[in-house]
Ligand binder design. Structure first.
Ligand SMILES: [Ca+2]
Ligand SMILES: [Ca+2]
Ligand SMILES: [Ca+2]
Ligand SMILES: [Ca+2]
Length: 541
């Protein structure tokens, strides 16, 4: 472009004036008929859309997603529009290249080619943005082949169809060796590391929340590590996590008042950060129940516990935590006042979080149930289940329903003769009335339930003749027994209170309380069941 003097109203050397075609320099040099070329303009201000220009390159163009162009001497912002019309991608523009990027909103953490669904969506449902029913295991995806491995390989909701679980006959492994007493807290299994993580309370001088890893095959224990940073009374609680990160919560008296603490561990038991204090309130905070929830691209945690801060028997409180263990908002009261709740259990259903708790009832004690959305809000009204003087109650999610089980405390404080159960919808409607799950024994107490989709595995302890032993039995989703019970332990002394979790290759790991001949106090033990893929589940009877 050239500009002749005739186009300009006046001439002043070195002066910048605004002309119709932009900023140009006036010059007193040269012949009057020579064309005057516009020199380079001064530096332009980023984002100043009133800055004048001659060509596009006069304008701010470093952000290639929002380059300015020169329109009628004015730099005008433009923006690259990125929209692939796919709700399962997050659309963005790379400012260094100006090209569009479409990032999936969900991840494929286990690398099996199937993404996890968005929170709140069933795998493969419309809008779920993923169809992997288990994004912690590359052995589970739609179209997979069902194997005897404790995993729903084909994502049909049924685990190890047709398999049965048999004791190995090997002696149980003592975890609390050298302690005066050992009490199990929780057990989980890392699919990525291939080891169990167990927490238990070791009583030496004080009670200490302790961790050990257990190698499959059960003969190898990792070192026993103290979980809390302090040497004070601490009591092991639950442990969760199936991949490379475990998380645990416990009761801790370092503050002279039992409070709930939380931390994350790697699969060797090394802590990933300082202990996280969850509660700071008058009165005791006790008996935590912990849940890991997958999020679109990671994980989160939900924690509930008994809390005395409000007096009058206390309430169940809850806390949301992010995947890196940071508190999200504050402690939330979950139950109404005046029901004297204790021993909460928090379970993730398909759509709702279920909260089970022991509570006051007209005839003594009963079981209360509420459900919440993923964020522990939108509570349903509490319902009282048909359970008389229950203890040791647990709950699992099976095929879109919650299955609850408990034992009974008799008037003489001894356990009753059977384990009982009931089935609820995710909002607390009774689907299967309360019924006995085991045959009468002299005493039956404490149990563990593993959901398999088309059936459940119940493990419990009962007293026959002179001691407690652990038994197992399969149940239909309606709690109809499938075959007889099977004795799991072969102890010289008591074996009771099993805590079961799925392990590798169809193995079921069981943490339990037992007695060894060289200790008068109970100790923490580990045993396991192995999967028999050939056995078919017996018909209901
Ligand atoms: Ca996956
Ligand atoms: Ca998977
Ligand atoms: Ca399956
Ligand atoms: Ca399987």
């Amino acid at each position: 472009m050239s500009i002749t003097r005739g186009a300009l109203p006046s001439w002043t050397r070195g002066q910048w004036v605004a002309g119709a075609l932009g900023w140009i320099a006036l010059s007193g040099c040269g012949g009057r008929d020579e064309p005057i070329l516009p020199p380079m303009p001064p530096a332009l201000n980023v984002g100043d859309s009133n800055q004048q220009c001659v060509v596009d390159s006069d304008c701010e163009r470093s952000d290639l997603c929002a380059p300015q162009v020169c329109v009628s001497t004015v730099c005008v912002s433009t923006r690259v529009a990125c929209d692939d019309a796919d709700p399962c991608t997050e659309d963005r523009c790379d400012s260094s290249t100006g090209s569009c990027l479409y990032d999936p909103v969900t991840i494929d953490a286990d690398g099996d080619g199937h993404r996890r669904p968005l929170p709140g969506f069933a795998p493969g449902a419309a809008g779920a943005c993923g169809d992997d029913c288990n994004d912690s295991s590359a052995a589970a995806f739609p179209g997979g082949i069902e194997l005897c491995d404790g995993i729903d390989n084909d994502c049909d909701g049924i685990i190890d169809v047709g398999s049965s679980f048999e004791p190995t006959g090997a002696p149980a492994l003592l975890l609390s060796s050298g302690a005066r007493q050992g009490t199990p807290g929780g057990l989980t299994f890392s699919d990525s590391a291939g080891t169990y993580g167990a927490v238990f309370t070791r009583r030496i001088a004080s009670s200490q929340n302790s961790f050990t890893s257990i190698q499959p095959g059960q003969q190898a224990l990792g070192p026993v590590l103290a979980v809390p940073e302090v040497n004070n009374d601490t009591f092991a609680g639950p442990i969760v996590g199936r991949d490379s990160v475990f998380a645990t919560a416990w009761e801790d008296r370092r503050d002279d008042d039992y409070e709930i603490y939380f931390n994350r561990l790697n699969t060797r038991g090394e802590k990933l950060g300082p202990d996280v204090r969850i509660t700071n309130a008058p009165g005791f905070s006790l008996r935590p129940s912990l849940l890991e929830l997958p999020s679109a691209r990671g994980r989160e945690y939900r924690l509930v516990w008994e809390d005395e801060r409000d007096g009058a028997g206390g309430r169940i409180y809850g806390q949301r935590l992010s995947g890196d263990g940071a508190l999200v908002a504050g402690n939330l009261p979950l139950t109404p006042e005046g029901v004297d709740p204790s021993s909460p259990v928090l379970v993730a259903g398909q759509q709702r979080l279920g909260l089970l708790f022991n509570q006051a009832a007209p005839t003594g004690r009963g079981l209360g149930f509420m459900s919440f959305d993923r964020d522990l809000s939108a509570a349903t009204d509490p319902v009282i289940l048909s359970a008389e003087n229950p203890d040791g109650a647990t709950m699992v999610s099976n095929a879109g329903r919650f299955v609850v089980a408990w034992h009974v405390v008799q008037a003489n404080s001894l356990p009753g003769p059977q384990i009982f159960g009931t089935v609820l919808s995710e909002t607390g409607d009774v689907v299967v009335d309360a019924k006995a799950l085991t045959k009468p024994a002299q005493f039956a107490r404490y149990h563990s339930l593993l959901p398999l989709g088309d059936r459940l595995l119940l493990l419990w302890s009962e007293w026959r003749s002179d001691k407690y032993e652990i038994y197992s039995r399969e149940l239909s989703p309606e709690l109809v027994p499938l075959g007889d019970e099977r004795r799991i332990t072969q102890s010289d002394l008591d074996a009771y209170a099993p805590l079961a979790t799925f392990g590798p290759s169809g193995e079921i790991g069981i943490l339990f309380t037992g007695q060894s001949p060289d200790s008068t106090q109970p100790q923490a033990f580990f045993t396991r069941l192995t999967c028999d893929p050939g056995a078919q589940s017996p018909a209901p009877r």
